[in-house]
Design a protein around this ligand. Sequence first.
Ligand code: FES
Length: 239
Amino acid sequence: MVSSKLAANQPDSFAFSDEAEEKITYWRKKYPTDKQRSAVIPMLWIAQKDHGGWIPEAAMRVIGDRLDMAYIRVMEVVTFYSMFNLAPVGKHLIQVCGTTPCMLRGSGDLIKICQSRIGSAGKVSDDGNFSWMEVECLGACVNAPMVQISNAEGDHYYEDLDEASMNTLLDELATGNAPMPGPRVARETSAPIGEAITLLDKTLYDGSRGKRLKSIPNAPAKASKAKPKTKKPAKETGK
Ligand code: FES
């Protein structure tokens, strides 16, 4: 989250766009009528996307009214998750992971670049193009260090970064290009760099090691072979 406080400048009102309303209908259908409050996170996310990347107070009130939730409950959700922003962000919001694996692999250098090129965390650059924030682990530790960049194109990961590739990334965005997400080193997604060095035996994959099963373990007995249970006749006592 860029800021845990409401932005000083707030719009007087908020209304979802028609496109956003369609998405809200889709999401609300996923929840039972008596569990509609569960749609608060998708509705907040849609509101944020609908409002240039941040959630104004008026949007929280609209969502609270529509889901029959106290406004403070909506605010609690917004302030719990770093994915929600309470203040305006740049056209490209850079989220630098600063958790241990990324920190050990150089996220500090990426943060210094953001500070020198954009300004302090949460500040929108003078041209409106950028703002940045430090976030906790984004689940791409194997490609550390990495950033998530949110903009009109979506929310994408850029991984295996260093100072040079981070600067190139910001240059590309500043000139209006849409850089390809993914690693910035020669590897496929999070596969090892270079040629594979384990599990090289081709017979592991060509089926030649397979053996035909004679029977399926734990399969139920065939119905035709099962003997029907018959009731023994009662003994005659002769009385
Ligand atoms: S520590 Fe950075 S993605 Fe997990």
